[in-house]
Design a protein around this ligand. Sequence first.
Ligand SMILES: [Zn+2]
Length: 319
Amino acid sequence: MYIRTRGGLGQPLGTGECSRWEKSPENFSQAIAEHYVSTELKQQLKGERVQCRPDSKVCEVTFPGAITVGVSLVKVPEYVIARPPGEAKARREYNYSCTPQGGLTLERRWYIVRIILIDPTGVFKKKDKLRKEFCAKLQDKFNKMNPRWLNLQSFRFRVGYRSGAPTREEKANFGTLDFPVYLLDTQHGPKTVRDLMKQHKVPKTIKIPTSGKEADPYKLAEDGWKSRDTRGVGIPSGEGHAKVAFIKTHRVFADATADLAQAFVNVTAHEIGHMGNLVRHSASGVMRYPVLLNVDIDFSPGDEGPFLADLRRLRGLRQ
Ligand SMILES: [Zn+2]
């Protein structure tokens, strides 16, 4: 027996062990490929032929109608991969587990992009209605960015809220797909911002992957925070993954004239855009500056592509 760890990508589904499957790459691959054909191609077919590489790590399963599905077992026992040959786009990853009777259960793996709204002084703590609307609308905005692409890439956005500050250890250990956003208030000055950046391991210099330009994120943050015009600051991750944003909640409360939740969604989405290496302002969409507060605005097509591409870059980074 062994204990399988899942690296934060969901809990084991069954309690049985899967060694029977793992010892038989042909049967294992056939079951995975049949699951792929059923869930992705919506066809109930039985695999007719299974051919595995000599090392048994990669197999090809052939179905009636000239359908072939490639299965990779290189990541076993963590997860398995299925894809039709030549179509990297439709690749699917599955966590697997087994029932006590030995039945195989496959569960699609999603890459969760976490937007974590951190409220150190409890600005939103008692504003339940506003907070819930803010979180729901923000999550919706990102999940609707390009649903087809997000589905192909198995990305999902999740917005979470926490009141109180994370521990130093937590701050230093946010993951590549985590977007921590601090909801600050009048009492927070440039020093708070600088200290938080250090605790989040933001480096002294960042290099923007698309332009190759270097920038001093600490200077960027100080200028941004001191400027009376800004309602927030978003620090890009550059070629690394450390990124953090700060919202001047007092400014948003003061400037919003109509829908307060919408104003927070727009200001926060704008700073998340900066965190995702959109360093320049755009002529339209949510990356326009100053950010419109009272209308529901999306990222412009010219900003959407690079932002999503940066998610793939972040996923590919080893932590
Ligand atoms: Zn901006």
